[in-house]
Design a protein around this ligand. Structure first.
Ligand code: SF4
Ligand code: SF4
Length: 536
């Protein structure tokens, strides 16, 4: 195995024996083989599009399959091998319909056994072609990892009835690009930025899916305490699964809590209306082993990010969507009866334990609803600067930077946040500026579109570009959705982004140089130094 797609890459270079995330070598290999098989399917999908044929089944399948190779999503080698076989079956169906025969990955025949497939995987891994120029390889991998993020957003959007055939077409263009050995550095940079553009579209579709189905989030206080009684904890990012749980538990005496990235769901009118949808339990994904072990009910992990379940809660955790863990019961049909039955069988909370409250629901609609107040505060100099402190959380100690940074932001500045990195500071009481809370939770990582719309609307109001706003982006990355968001920001020409806790292992010094020269992207340093550099 060789994998360096996330920020946890071993020794800052890559995992080559076992994943720091817990990924076994066979799982990493099956993911490589799946990507290879998808390149073959993409060859036929592109050929079909040339003939005006758009196959929705192939579109949806491709984004789901790519999503299943994201960090902390699917740890089941047999299930991934099944994805490989399904890819090839779908590809062969396309081939038959088109009546053409293509070569390369399009002619790949998976081995009959896991051992044979593992041998094949070793030939198509990330670093299996020593002849590719390292900078081109770096750009190819930025594209691949960004594409996985795009696929995740497209899958979420598709679940809520939103899609765009053009965005799907880009998946095929990008998957087949490495087969063209004539592409030079400029073309690869162009593809990487196009990935950012398509991701913007995918996030727009997801935003339309979320807000169209559940309404625009509204500011909502969320209890961090618990109520006596039976309980279900829903983690991950899938709003539809959460809604299904809420519907199916109505009147059953079960209280539903959110975990991790589900926190912002409390702000959606069509979700918050359920009386038994109570509060938030725990923090970010990397703390789940401790937090799930202490939860006395059933747990549902939707989408990402799952870790190896501990013995204490092995029988109480379920997965849905593309998440799979060997031995963990997977719900694939939207019927959460096993989760509900497990919650009823478990003790639940013995007594009420009140806790703090946090405010969520500051999506673009809520923030722009008070745009006049915000503009007035900026013009009157009561509000000096906005900081978007956003992105993933993770286990590395250097991530304390983000807590300290928010603590040190001066009292005349506002912090916008999204994604699970917020759990480093989400319960801090930062007060307000003339009624505008100083800590605004824009939502999940899936809501990055909302933050972009807020920035664009402010730039329009101040008649300037986003780069000229009193706004700085302090981002943390961990997995591939963050890569796709970063590419979107670069596509939009956003400059001076500070990125941490470490830079991706898959970016070579020359590629970094291009990013620095064109976008002045820089690593985080210390909160004091960065604040001084930004505010003077
Ligand atoms: S996903 Fe991250 S931690 Fe897991 S194997 Fe890949 S680089 Fe390592
Ligand atoms: S922000 Fe990223 S790391 Fe955090 S839970 Fe969402 S997908 Fe996982």
């Amino acid at each position: 195995m060789f994998c360096y797609q996330c920020e946890q890459a071993a020794k800052g270079t890559g995992c080559d024996a076992i994943g720091v995330c817990g990924k076994q070598p066979e799982v990493a290999d099956m993911q490589d083989l799946l990507v290879y098989a998808l390149r073959g399917l993409a060859q036929y999908a592109l050929e079909a599009r040339k003939k005006g044929i758009v196959d929705k089944e192939v579109d949806v399948f491709t984004s789901r399959a790519l999503f299943s190779t994201l960090t902390n999503v699917n740890f089941d080698k047999d299930n991934l091998a099944e994805w490989v076989r399904k890819t090839v079956a779908l590809r062969d169906a396309c081939k038959e319909k088109l009546g053409v025969t293509l070569d390369g990955p399009a002619a790949f025949v998976p081995g009959a056994t896991m051992d044979e497939m593992l041998v094949q995987a070793a030939e198509v891994g990330l670093k299996s072609d020593p002849d590719v120029n390292p900078d081109i390889l770096s750009l190819q991998h930025i594209l691949l990892f960004g594409l996985k993020g795009v696929a995740a957003y497209m899958d979420h959007a598709e679940i809520l009835g939103q899609s765009d055939p053009e965005a799907y077409a880009f998946l095929y263009e990008a998957l087949t690009a490495p087969l063209n050995k004539d592409l030079g550095l400029d073309e690869w940079v162009g593809l990487v930025l196009k990935c950012g553009e398509v991701n913007l579209r995918a996030m727009e579709l997801l935003d339309a899916g979320n807000t169209g189905t559940y309404g625009h989030p509204v500011p909502t206080p969320v209890p961090l305490g618990v109520k006596a009684g039976k309980a279900i904890l829903v983690s991950g990012h899938d709003l539809k699964d959460l809604e299904a749980i809420l519907k199916q538990t109505e009147g059953k005496g079960i209280t539903v809590y959110t975990h991790g990235e589900m926190l912002p769901c409390h702000g959606y009118p069509e979700l918050k209306k359920y009386g038994h949808f109570y509060g938030h339990y725990g923090t970010a994904w990397q703390n789940q082993k401790k937090e799930f072990a202490a939860f006395p009910g059933a747990i549902l992990m939707t989408t990402n990010c799952i870790q190896k379940p501990k013995e204490e809660y092995e029988g109480a955790i379920f997965t849905s969507g593309v998440v799979e863990w060997p031995g963990v019961q997977h719900i694939s049909d939207g019927d959460f009866t096993p989760v509900i039955e497990k919650a009823l069988a478990l003790p639940g909370f013995a007594e009420d334990a009140p806790g703090k409250e946090v405010l969520v629901g500051f999506g673009r609609n809520a923030v722009l609803g008070v745009a006049d107040k915000v503009i007035e505060a900026v013009k009157g100099k009561a509000l000096r600067h906005f900081f978007l402190v956003a992105g993933c959380d993770g286990a590395k100690p250097g991530r304390n930077y983000y807590t300290e940074f928010v603590e040190k932001v001066p009292s005349d500045c506002v912090v916008l946040t999204l994604a699970c990195g917020k759990f480093r500071f989400f319960d801090k009481e930062l007060g307000d500026i003339g009624g505008i809370p100083r800590l605004l939770d824009v939502g999940q990582c899936n809501d990055a579109y909302s933050a972009i719309q807020i920035a664009v609307a402010l730039a329009n109001a101040f008649e300037c570009g986003v780069n000229d706003l009193p706004l700085s982006m302090i981002l943390s990355w961990y997995e591939q959705k963050a890569v796709s968001i970063l590419l979107t920001l670069l596509f939009l020409g956003i400059k001076d982004i500070r990125l941490g806790p470490t830079l991706p292992a898959f970016i070579t010094p020359n590629v970094l140089d291009v990013l620095v020269k064109n976008f002045n992207i820089m690593p985080i340093s210390t909160p004091d130094e960065d604040l001084k550099a930004i505010l003077g």
